[in-house]
Design a protein. Structure first.
Length: 368
């Protein structure tokens, strides 16, 4: 955020913040925080240049997205916390801020902020978090999402991509056990069927369980995989998600490239490009079982705490604390146990505590 206009447009009902710094690689890191009360806090972080922060950010992303790297990510997570959060931490506490909405510059839009660490705990343990492309393009009005039904669509097998065996279970759980709505699987997962379904019923939540990629280069390189086509990022308008406007778009199996300006902008601008108020996507390929665990818990929490950013935070905390796990061929949550599909039921018991499983999921757009 750089303009006075954007500073004035900060939400009036909730507390949130944004970060910014200049393009020059030798420029010192500068944090700009705009609060709901209108207070503007500006801090320059000495000893942290753009090039240094970008280098650590890339290393952090690479290490945390690799489950085999164990805790290699932790020193990097702590360094990023010291640069991006610690300089304004006292002000955040003094104003009792509980939500952080990040407006990031190039190279940081695919940073898993939830996994930043202060030496004793993760950032997500203190704040609900989100990403905004800009305040001026974000609809900040709050609507109770529990009034909406969900249209859940997806595919479990593909011609040229790895299968997603948990998708049928995910769709049935979302539309039958966790929420109410309609599920369309495999051959039924088409643009025409999505538009037809929403023409007969608005469906304020659209859940797409499939492969999607945010790749380097022009927007047409990035896509969401439907059954019969790759829907390019610049074709999202074909889904008609703004007629009427969808409250929440969920992409439960996706990733974005790191460090490429156009790919990151595509991910950060997903909600805007799709014409929805909020979008939930992941920054790297999370395992099928990890995605199932997170999504199941997210919808459970969204019923209890109908604020999107807080619901994803609580879901991430459940994975972090081990209350969501794979055990004895079941997905265990704090609400009960659910049978896994045959392809996953054979797996050994899995804990989902590592941030690889939960920190990739990022809320974009309206956090409420």
């Amino acid at each position: 955020m750089t303009s006075t206009k954007l500073e004035r447009e900060t939400t009036k009902n909730r507390k949130n913040t944004g970060w910014h710094w200049e393009e020059n690689l030798n420029t010192q890191l500068e944090l700009l925080v705009v609060t709901a009360s209108g207070t503007v806090i500006r801090k320059q972080v000495q000893g942290a240049t753009r090039s240094q922060v970008l280098y650590v950010a890339r290393a952090f992303h690479k290490s945390i997205a690799n489950l085999e790297s164990a805790n290699v990510y932790l020193p990097l997570a702590q360094q990023l916390y010291r640069w991006l959060i610690a300089p304004v931490e006292q002000e955040l506490k003094a104003q009792k801020i509980n939500n952080l909405a990040f407006i990031m510059d190039v190279g940081l839009r695919s940073l898993p902020m939830a996994a930043l660490h202060d030496g004793t705990g993760f950032l997500v343990e203190r704040y609900s978090l989100g990403l905004m492309p800009t305040l001026s393009l974000t609809n900040m009005n709050y609507v109770d999402i529990r009034q909406f039904q969900v249209l859940a669509m997806g595919a479990s097998h593909f011609k040229n991509k790895n299968p997603l065996p948990a998708v049928p279970v995910e769709l049935s759980m979302v539309t039958e056990k966790l929420w109410s709505g309609k599920a369309l699987l495999n051959e039924a997962f088409t643009v025409a069927n999505l538009r037809k379904a929403r023409a007969s019923q608005p469906f304020g939540i659209v859940h797409l369980a499939t492969h999607s990629e945010f790749l380097a280069g022009k927007p047409s390189n990035s896509y969401i995989q439907l059954w019969d086509t790759k829907l390019q990022l610049n074709q999202l308008h074909k889904l008609g998600l703004n007629k009427p406007k969808v409250e929440l778009l969920v992409l439960s199996a996706c990733r974005t490239a790191l460090g490429d300006e156009q790919a990151e902008l595509g991910f950060a601008g997903l909600a805007v490009l799709a014409g929805v108020k909020s979008a939930l996507g992941s920054l790297w390929y999370v395992s099928d079982e990890g995605t199932l665990g997170l999504m199941t818990t997210f919808y459970e929490k969204l019923q209890q705490v109908p604020v999107k950013a807080e619901a994803i935070r609580k879901a991430q905390l459940n994975l972090l604390r081990g209350t969501v796990r794979l055990e004895g061929g079941q997905l265990v949550t704090d609400q009960g146990s659910f049978p896994l599909p045959p392809g996953l039921a054979k797996l050994a018991d899995v804990e989902l505590r590592h941030p690889y499983y939960w920190s990739a999921f990022t809320l974009i757009g309206n956090p409420w």
